[in-house]
Design a protein around this ligand. Structure first.
Ligand SMILES: Cc1cc2nc3c(=O)[nH]c(=O)nc-3n(C[C@H](O)[C@H](O)[C@H](O)COP(=O)(O)OP(=O)(O)OC[C@H]3O[C@@H](n4cnc5c(N)ncnc54)[C@H](O)[C@@H]3O)c2cc1C
Length: 488
């Protein structure tokens, strides 16, 4: 097989039978027809179609090293700087399609799988079979163009104790049995985005394990089909209310479901396992394989696209109501421009300083990407704030599409016009601003960006610990010592 079309994506989904609990219903299929999912599924199908469009196919695909067929660029193992640039351009095409609002497009996990498979020798340290398994799985994902979701953290029951100690060790997903063919997993993981319409679930190592014997059952990495028996998803209330695109322009296209993941004695065959019972290995899963670097390369490209969208939106908004010339408005716009240029500079630096790692993969420089992933969770929070401040009451003067064509049409034309727009045009624009900064969809986006890479507080702690500050300390110390010398 090769890079999928939208139709092929939908066909595979129609054959999949994931168990999804949603608003009192239990679905075992028919995901693409369900009102909670059908719109976002259609948007995902559009992404797959882009892989075959004349405009984008050269960037979005490359020739598979095994079949020669075009496969998705996010699977490309970068060896040259052209490869890295091609990967970034491909990320950008998909990110632009949703203004960066889709966080879990396939290229995110594909980037991770590419890096993990390149580091197959690292997995083989524990067991040669694991190295072979990750390599084979990556090839399968690439050739079948699978859409993967992932789940990492244990349920949020009591964060004062380790995940392994929740409810006497009977809560977080863990290995409860091993048989001749594989392992059995019981318990839960907190969240998996896009789970109802993904093809596969990657159950990857949880946040730092201590490496004690108690951690053993919680130390694993594996991949299973989304409709594996015993696997259940509990979806949150959908934020796509199945309203017209005019009224909910973002939620009606880009609403990615988030689900709690329950493992009810799920059997995982050995050939689907990449690590088992080895906490130390699991703790190095992302950093030692450079998987986190390639994932962040995709994420910073996406957040750049999102920031471009915010800048375009705020410009339309301020021009529409004639507030561009006020200095505090310009200060806010300057903040968005600065964020955009900062992200672009990080991406450029990461690519310019890329180095070939021990597995022969050209790997973007981690320092600028790490800085970007520490900054964006906070920087993004300012965007909805700025839009709300500048949009003000206009964000409430937002009748629906039916009003624009209904009995209120003349009033809307007369009283809701703006400096540059007709009444209908202004309402359309302000509904988009509303869906970016006020609606439930927009709140979920803000929460998502804040927690994207984990808790920013603990991420900052890890950042400080891992950053080599010795040269700077020595520099200042030398300056201090120089003072003493000059005095004596
Ligand atoms: C919209 C959305 C989608 C998501 N999608 C996915 C997904 O697809 N797959 C996936 O695996 N995960 C997903 N996540 C989960 C995400 O990885 C977590 O939100 C993130 O890792 C933070 O963990 P938590 O939510 O359990 O917060 P908690 O760890 O429970 O933290 C809650 C609060 O307590 C504080 N706190 C807790 N423990 C400590 C501590 N030890 N030290 C200091 N402070 C502490 C935190 O600072 C924070 O303020 C998603 C989250 C969101 C919001």
């Amino acid at each position: 097989m090769a890079a999928r079309t939208g139709k092929e994506f939908l066909e595979r989904l129609s054959q999949s039978r994931p168990t999804v609990h949603i608003q009192g219903e239990t679905l075992t299929g028919g995901i693409q027809e369900h009102p909670a999912f059908r719109n976002v599924v259609r948007t995902y199908a559009e992404l797959y179609d882009l892989q075959h469009s004349d405009e984008h196919k050269d960037v979005l695909t490359y020739a598979s090293p095994t079949s020669g067929e075009p496969v998705g660029t996010s699977f490309l193992t970068p060896r040259t700087s052209d490869d890295l640039v091609k990967r970034r351009k491909a990320f950008k095409v998909w990110a632009d399609h949703s203004n960066g609002m889709l966080g879990r497009t396939g290229d995110y996990m594909n980037s991770s799988l590419m890096a993990l498979a390149s580091a197959a020798d690292w997995f083989a340290q524990a067991n040669p079979a694991f190295g072979e398994n990750i390599r084979r799985y990556y090839e399968k994902a690439r050739e079948e163009d699978l859409l993967c979701t992932h789940t990492l953290i244990p349920p949020q029951v009591n964060r004062a104790v380790a995940g392994t100690q929740q409810a006497g060790g009977k809560l977080a997903a863990r290995i409860v049995k091993e048989d001749d063919n594989g392992v059995v997993i019981r318990g839960a993981r907190m969240l998996a985005t896009i789970a109802p319409f993904a093809d596969e679930m990657l159950v990857f190592p949880s946040t730092v394990l201590r490496g004690t014997p108690e951690d053993k059952p919680y130390s694993y990495a594996f991949a299973i089909p989304n409709d594996t028996p015993g696997l259940r998803y509990i979806a949150r209330e959908p934020l796509d209310y199945d309203r017209p695109r005019h009224d909910h322009p973002l939620a009606s296209r880009f609403e990615e479901s988030d689900c709690v993941v329950v493992f009810d004695d799920v059997h995982v065959p050995f050939e689907r396992c990449f690590a088992l019972g080895d906490a130390e290995l699991c703790n190095g899963f992302y950093s030692q394989t450079a998987s986190v670097v390639h994932m962040t390369h995709q994420v910073v490209t996406r957040t750049t696209a999102k920031t471009e969208y915010i800048l375009g939106l705020v410009t339309l908004l301020t021009e529409a109501i004639g507030i561009e010339q006020f200095q505090h408005v310009q200060e806010d716009i300057a903040e968005i421009i600065t964020t955009l240029e900062t992200l672009r500079a990080f991406l450029r630096a990461a690519e310019a300083d890329a180095e070939v790692n021990e597995y022969g993969v050209l790997t973007p420089a981690w320092a600028p990407l790490n800085a970007a992933r520490n900054l964006y969770p906070k920087l993004y929070q300012r965007f909805p704030q700025i839009l709300r401040k500048l949009g003000a009451s206009g964000l409430m003067a937002t009748p629906t599409e039916l009003d624009i064509t209904g009995p209120a049409a003349a009033d809307i034309e007369a009283y809701l016009q703006s400096a540059t727009l007709t009444g209908a045009e202004r309402v359309k624009l302000f509904r988009l601003v509303w869906d970016t900064c006020i609606s439930a969809f927009s709140s979920r986006q803000a929460l998502y960006e804040y927690y994207f890479f984990g808790d920013p507080v603990r991420m900052a702690g890890a950042y400080v610990k891992s950053y080599d500050r010795e040269p700077y300390k020595a520099k200042v110390q030398a300056f201090l010592d120089q003072h003493s010398l000059e005095r004596s």
